[in-house]
Design a binder for this molecule. Sequence first.
Ligand code: SIN
Ligand code: MN
Length: 238
Amino acid sequence: MSDDGLFPVELVQPETDDAGPRLVAPGAVHVPGWLTFEQQRWIVARFAEWTQGPVPLRAATLPGGHQMSVKTVCLGWHWQPYRYTREATDVNGRPVLDFPDWMVRLGRKAVAAAYAPAIVEDASLNSLAEDYTPDAALVNFYDDGAAMGMHQDKDERSGAPVVSLSIGDSCVFRFGNTKTRTKPYTDVPLQSGDLFVFGGSSRFAYHGIPKVHPRTAPSECGLTHGRINITMRVTGLS
Ligand code: SIN
Ligand code: MN
């Protein structure tokens, strides 16, 4: 990964109990222990910078007045329920941070890892990584007790995959179907360093986080408590 600028290279992956990448649904792949601890710590340091502004970490308020328990800071495009804007018009009106080049490269590596031919037998997915160019990231912070209800990521005008990275406390990621927010779904345990990619026929599947397990973050990940999740998306906006 010599072309990744400051993004750290480390060959030692975190230990994981899991056997390896797993196809959860067509186009939906869980890759345990994908980020090294050094990479996780580096991203945690970037997170501390992103939360300094210009737009602070904030809990979005949904139409109807319900405030989310998860707090979010965005890169590239600011997400607010339910649209993307260049300025955080629902927070302080300030411009969103740029989407970093290193994260585009990381997103490509993530798609390549998840959609490798050994994992996904679908040529249209195997070839996606090269051109994958995410332009928005929602960086979520889950403090004790935070959760996220079942929803679809559908504010994008693109069917390109969503790349999800987790750092800190482990959680249950509920990955469902494209028709309803209820069963059938699969509960996937996500740990610090895990990658999850959902695209193809799972791109618009309902998903959510019913439970984060407090104080389960490994000390090496750089986060003392809570959970960071980054989802990279292609908005299809200009
Ligand atoms: C999301 O669906 O936007 C976040 C998922 C997660 O926290 O893993
Ligand atoms: Mn989502």
